[in-house]
Each structure stands twice: as C-alpha cells, then as structure tokens.
Design a protein around this ligand. Structure first.
Ligand code: G6Q
Length: 547
C-alpha cells in the first residue's frame, strides 16, 4: 500500500470531480451564482484576494481542504511554528518565522530559545545601519558612504535585491544600492566602473562563505579597493560580512567585529528577514525594515490561526495544486501590476522552484504526480505587449496571479487609472474569452474568424493591496513562503532542502582545474563536454584586470 497522497481516496475523489468541472466554462460558473465574487474572495492582513475567476466550486474547495487534512497540514503548521526539524534531510528547523517573531514569544531549537540571538543581531543591524545613514561611519579617507554594494548569490541576493528595488521610495537620499551576483566579471566590472572607492561599502553575504561566485567577486572587490586606496587597512572601513560561518569570514581576512551572524535554521531563500537583509536596512532604515518584519509576522499569525477556508496561503496553495495535478498545468505566472515589484517574479522563481522542484517525498519515495509548476512572470502592461498572446490564445492552461496596487509610489495624472483598467481588462478577458458568435459581430468578413476567437477560461487570482509599503511587502512575501509550505506538505516533499543545486557545484570543481591547466586533461566527462573544454582552452584570452 503506497503512502503517496495520489493513492488516497480523496485524490480519487478530486479526479472524479475534475471530470465534472472540466467541461464547465468560467462564464457558466458566474452565470450560475450571482454571489460568486462574494463567495470566493477573502480579505486579510491588508490583502484582498479575489479567487472567483478559478475553475472551481464550493465542492472543489471542500475536497481540496480534505486533501490538506489528509496530508495533516494543521499538524505540520504547528511543527513549523514550534521549531521542529521539519527540514528532515538536513536535520534542521526552518525558522524564518522566528526572524520576524515580533511577539517575541520563545521559540526553541534543541531546547534553546533563539529569540535573544535574533534580537541581538537586529540591534547590531540597527546600530550599524544608523551609523552609515547618519554619516558617522566613514570610509578609510574620512568620507561618508554613498554606495552600498551587496555581493552574494541565490538566496543571498534575490530576496534583498527584490525588496531593495521594491522599496526604492524609502531609500536614504544620499545612498545608492548595487547588487553583484554573477561571476561573469562583467557584472562587478561594470558596477565598479561607476563607484568611488572612498565612499563605497561592500556587504559580503554568504551563509556558508564557501560559494565560488561570491568569494571571487569579494576578492575582486577587495583587490580593487586596496589598489585604489593603497592600504589593506581600508578593508575594515569598507567591508562587512553576513554569514553563519565566522571561521571562514576570518579566514577571508575580515574582522569578525564587522560580521553579522545568522543560523543554519535559516534557509537561503528564506533569509532576507535575517542579517542577509542588511543591504535593505542600510537603504530604508531599521524602522522600515521592522515594518517589513511586522507585515510578515501578521501573515504568519494568519497562517497559523485562520480556518483553511479563509486562510490565504492555504487557499493559494490548494488552488495551485488543483491546476498542477488535475488540469495538467505545468506553469504558473506571476504578474504584478506594480512596477516596484519588477523583481518579485525572479524572487518567487527561486523561492518556489528551489523549494518544490523535487521528485521524491521526504521519505525518499518517487512521486507519481507533478510537483512544482514552472514559475515565470513580469510586470503587467509590459507582459501584455509581449507574452500575454500565449495566455489568451495559446494551448496551455496557465494559472496566473495578478498583483494590483491601488496606489502607485508616484501620483502622475492618468497613469494609475491606466494600470488598474489594464489589470482588470486582462483578468476579465482571460476569463470570458470571445465566442465565435461574439467575434462574428465584430468582423466585416468571416475570413479570419478562428484567429480572432478567444477561448477564455484561463484561471486567475487577483490580489489587491492599497500601496506597496514595507508592511504590505512583508505580508506578500510571507504569503508566498507559506503557500510553498502548504504545497510541500500536500505533495509530501521537503520544501527546505536544495540538493539539486549541489551536482553542478561538484562538477564545476573538477572542470575548473581542467580549464586552468595547460596540460592535457586526465579527467573525462562526456564526449561533448570534453570537446567543448578543448575548444574553450584553444580559444582562451588572457585575464584583464580593473584599470
Ligand atoms: C537558497 C539556496 C542557494 C543559496 C546560494 C548562496 O535557498 O541554498 O540559492 O542561497 O547558493 O549560498 P551562500 O549564501 O552560502 O553563499
């Protein structure tokens, strides 16, 4: 007897139910129920979610909630919040919720309350960011800091970069923010070209402090700085580190006093709430960062306590699963009608796909159902003039989340009305489509009829908030983090490990010496890789340094 959720009676019931729902068009669901919008919308934590434009009925939601019960979601939520080692393959807790535990209730890991350490690091972040922002912290030559460069990759880059971009309206007027992640020298090279070493602060962000890309970029930044300022002593005034690995930070040549700590129970893609958020704090100030934490904490409390039928992450998680497993939808789009959220889809790509892109359960059994959909997206309006064609008339079922800010950061006449009307027009058109009969009325001849018909029936969620404040942003990010947890639990997989990232790192470590050596290679890979390696070696050019 299999333990897989797909072998449960409730899964079979959902399959049968899907056969009933599949032929019904969303138009009909609306026609059948004048209360559909009221019935399938919910308001919590400053967010309004309209999920009525989904291919579901009240029966669907009942069945999906039974699936969550079957997966023991409520027990798992309790386990997550009490600091159990829910990341079973790494034997770790996943306590991003402790980082924003504004109630300060004790949270125990191995019997020890983590809150005093969390609060001590937050205090240190406040002191440091205040001194940089006030101009007390000076560079080696006595000048105030003007540029803040975060060097990190993956979870040590995407979250902080997204939040810093999103909260540009809150930036300190003197400071400019930069994020270096790519190991291609072009990334750091282009940024260093713009900077003045006397007024630049580097934040080296790496949980492990062993990541090749980050360490190389950090070395290049250090070299650039000491070359320009002519003294190694300048490092202490221009470099700080964020890491869990103090010994490695010291080994790299940095003063541990300039290090901000976090812990192994913080996963990379869940780490922006920790000291990894330092580049955010320097730009927006600690008071605003605390509002970001407050927003996430509010959502945490909602997730922990709201009944499943009113629980935003549970609803979004189950609706997403409905399409992935019962409609064969293999991708999901995130479409913010809020330009400040330009980097939100990229952050969600890592958060969701690194967490759920797995094919075995937490016990190591191969699943026989789809898990993570491919996540993609871009800010609204831009996407309309690019890829929305596929949403309207392509062959895929692509459930999409529309995120709508009622107010923009800039009140320019006419702009926000254009944003809001376009967002509504798209979800309406995706749902309704245009029938052949309706299309005929709009055409002079029948010639191009099939090309002008829209099937509609594309499901969307619409999430509305007043304005992107730090608080609302914290809420939004936490919403998707917990949506991931809901789906991970229902699929029986561990959303907190990332073994898939390892293999590439290991292979790169054998290819790097092979690429650098002038000798014939004695490691064999495959004929294509060996052939490419030879070609690259034959066509290499010499290393250039920063001028
Ligand atoms: C995130 C992943 C991964 C990680 C990077 C950077 O959950 O673990 O994206 O964040 O590989 O790792 P370091 O912070 O250790 O440099």
């Amino acid at each position: 007897m299999s333990n897989l959720i797909s072998h449960s009676a409730i899964w079979a019931a959902l399959k049968t139910h899907q056969a009933y729902i599949a032929p019904i068009h969303l138009r009909e669901l609306f026609a059948l129920d004048s209360q559909r919008f009221e019935r399938f919308s919910v308001k919590a934590c400053g967010l309004f979610l309209d999920y009525s434009k989904n291919r579901l009925t009240a029966d669907t939601l009942d069945l999906l909630q039974q699936l969550a019960v079957e997966a023991r979601l409520q027990d798992w939520i309790v386990r997550l919040f009490q600091g159990d080692k829910v990341n079973n393959t790494e034997q770790r807790a996943a306590l991003h919720i402790a980082l924003r535990n504004r109630s300060n209730r004790p949270i125990l890991v191995d019997g020890k309350d983590v809150m005093p350490d969390v609060n001590a690091v937050l205090d240190k972040m406040r002191q440091f960011s205040d001194s940089v922002r006030d101009g007390e912290w000076r560079g080696y030559t006595g000048k105030k800091i003007q540029s803040v460069v975060n060097i990190g990759i993956g979870g040590s880059d995407l979250g902080p970069a997204m939040v810093t971009r999103a909260l540009k309206a809150y930036h300190h007027p003197r400071l400019r923010s930069y994020f270096v992640s790519n190991v291609d020298g072009t990334h750091i090279g282009e940024i260093l070209d713009e900077l003045d070493p006397e007024t630049t602060l580097f934040i080296i962000a790496s949980k492990t402090f062993t990541t090749q890309e980050t360490l190389l970029n950090a070395q290049s930044a250090r070299q650039w700085l000491t070359d320009k300022l002519g003294n190694d002593k300048a490092i202490a005034k221009h470099f700080v580190a964020v890491s869990t690995a103090k010994d490695k930070v010291i080994e790299f040549g940095m003063d541990p006093a300039n290090m901000f700590e976090f812990w192994d129970w913080v996963g990379g893609r869940y780490s922006l709430w920790s000291a990894i958020g330092l580049p955010i704090v320097v730009m927006i100030g600690m008071d605003n960062f605390e509002k970001l934490l407050d927003g996430a904490h509010q959502l945490d409390q909602h997730f922990e306590t709201a009944p499943f039928k009113k629980n935003l992450p549970v609803l979004l998680g189950l609706i997403g699963l409905w399409y992935s497993n019962f409609f064969g939808a293999n991708s999901q789009a995130v479409l913010p009608y809020d330009y400040s959220l330009s980097l939100f889809p990229a952050h969600l790509q890592q958060l969701i796909m690194e967490s759920l892109g797995k094919r075995v359960t937490r016990d190591g059994d191969r699943v026989d159902y789809s898990t993570c959909p491919i996540i993609w997206g871009a800010p609204g309006n831009n996407g309309q003039h690019a890829f929305y064609q596929l949403l309207h008339q392509g062959t895929h079922c692509v459930p999409a989340d529309f995120l709508i800010a009622i107010e923009s950061q800039y009140q320019l006449a006419g702009h926000q009305d254009a944003v809001l009307s376009n967002a509504l027009a798209q979800t309406h058109a995706l749902m309704m489509g245009r029938t052949p009969e309706e299309t005929k009325q709009a055409l002079v001849s029948n010639e191009s009829l099939p090309h002008r018909v829209f099937p509609g029936n594309q499901p969307t969620n619409t999430l509305v908030y007043q304005k992107l404040t730090p608080q609302i942003l914290g809420t939004l990010i936490a919403l998707y983090e917990h949506k991931v947890f809901v789906q991970g639990i229902c699929w029986g997989i561990n959303p907190f490990d990332q073994w898939g990232v390892e293999l590439g790192k290991q292979v790169a470590s054998t290819l790097l010496p092979a690429l650098q050596s002038n000798e014939a290679d004695n490691v064999e890979h495959d004929l294509s890789t060996d052939g490419l390696l030879k070609y690259l070696k034959a066509h290499r050019y010499s290393v250039t340094r920063f001028s």
